[in-house]
Ligand binder design. Structure first.
Ligand code: HEC
Length: 138
């Protein structure tokens, strides 16, 4: 029969200690994730893409201002297309393949042009949602 020597006992104790340290670490990290979710819940308009009721004023104007109006406004807008008003954005969509340009699809040059950041997937979804809802002003 093997009787536990002091050495063996030491080994057992240190292994137990290591094991509980790892278990504690795992428990701590899972708590950390729980807390993160509680602290930063998904809020509409921040982490998720809100396509429920897009309007020109609240949804489309900011997209145009951040990505398009710098070139598409003023006395000689690029491509001869002004995009600084709702009526002109409608003209772009109906008569100038605006959606093909922002997707860089069907052979139309990508807008914003190459080298500049493209519209986000959320921007595109909101544009489509706005068009489907008959392009409301507000
Ligand atoms: C850096 C300047 C610049 C930015 C920013 C820009 N464009 Fe353009 N855009 C141009 C130029 C230059 C043309 C004309 C040449 C071409 O079609 O590639 C053009 C052409 C277009 C046309 C075609 C007009 C026509 O009748 O042929 C559309 C539609 C358009 N842009 C939409 C947009 C939209 C929407 C954005 C924002 C998402 C945007 N553009 C951002 C420079 C820009």
């Amino acid at each position: 029969m093997v009787s536990p020597t002091t050495d063996n006992l030491r080994k057992i104790v240190s292994r137990l200690f290591l094991f509980s340290a790892v278990a504690m670490l795992l428990a701590l990290t899972s708590c950390y994730y729980d807390n993160e979710e509680a602290l930063y819940p998904v809020r509409p308009g921040t982490n998720s893409c809100d396509t429920t009721s897009p309007t020109y004023a609240l949804t489309i104007l900011p997209i145009m201002q951040s990505n398009c109006v710098s070139c598409h406004s003023g006395s000689s807008p690029q491509g001869n297309l002004d995009l600084s008003t709702i009526d002109n954005v409608k003209i772009g969509i109906n008569g100038h393949h605006l959606m093909d340009h922002v997707r860089g699809a069907n052979g139309y040059s990508p807008m914003p042009p190459q080298g500049l950041p493209s519209l986000t997937t959320c921007d595109l979804h909101q544009l489509y949602a706005w068009i489907i809802k008959q392009m409301p002003a507000k």
